[in-house]
Design a protein around this ligand. Sequence first.
Ligand SMILES: [Zn+2]
Length: 405
Amino acid sequence: MSINRREWLARLAAGGAGLLLPARRTAEAPRPVPQAAPAPAPAPEACPLALKDFQPRSMLHVAEHKVERARFPVIDIHTHLGWSKGEEVSFLATPAQILPVMDRKNIRTMVNLTGGSGVGLLQSIRTFEGAAPGRFVTFTEPSWHRVAQPGYPQWQADEMERAKKAGAKGLKVLKTLGLFLREGGTTGPLVKIDDPRFDPMWDACGRLGLPVAIHVSDPEAFFTPIDRFNERYDELGNHPDWSFYDRDFPSNAELLAARNRMFARHPGTQFIVLHVGNNAENLAFVSENLDRFPKTVVELGARIGELGRQPRTARRFIEKYQDRVLFGTDAVPPPDGDKYPQQVFKDELYEIYYRFLETEDEYFDYAPAVVPPQGRWRIYGLGLPEAVLKKVYHDNAARILGLTS
Ligand SMILES: [Zn+2]
């Protein structure tokens, strides 16, 4: 005699784990109990699964659009083609390695923010701009190693003029200021972002028309314990030195408040506030700051993972501030860039940014990596209108850099 599906399920529920118990007797004749093999015990090494081994594949069947070229020419305002130390620069790639990717991805201009200072700056300009005029723009950097020297504030301001004459198109300030730079270089108390010694430098940039690309603070999760509640647990596990929790670091809010006090003192200086105003998790706060400091603009680099998991808020934000959002990736050429897949300079990185900005695709990776490197989530495309895309990709940056093409 056979049993129907409902009975079968009822017996499963009563017996748990796939073992069948005798059925409740009915008025009819007793029924035979089907035999089922016990479920195999899980292999001990497979249970529990380590977080690093968990790589779920989405079973969604949704539209996928590969965007190989941006719909409009692009200026990538945030890249690192070299690193500097003192006046020395070391390059991460040659123009011959960079240009083919630019051509394939419709990138008209790359802005190398870490162009260094002094002779290093000259070398950066010669290496990239010399090789392909019009395709590269170079920013200079402050000489942090001189901060404790007498006369530094005026010297640094004068240096901005020299950098401009050498061909620099702006100044880049890394998160060094606020999180690493100390009175004694690497020892002593941290130097504050609104330290008055930098006032002449910020003023000089305003006077000379040099925009300042500034990175202050870091994602909020970097300021909280590395524990099971931390949404960037994997990332901080891979880069424990990115944690600013505890020790003598200021909080994220204190760093942003110091930055804002400095902005308020220099209303004539053009600040490009990198990484979506350094607070992509909180677009209401970024909006308030854009309203409060009308000359500032923001840039998208390494934060599409934040924007893409709040696509409706992000789209409203970009549409509202469409003249003040600049395309940037924070790209770092491999092999250095391989350590941070959300920033690795290659075709795939740009295709993800373009897909995010241009399509309404759902639930896709924000970085070319097996495990989402910043946090275990995926993103949704914004499908920006063409007029907004054109401004974000190119026109806003061209205006701020004073480029004619
Ligand atoms: Zn950067």
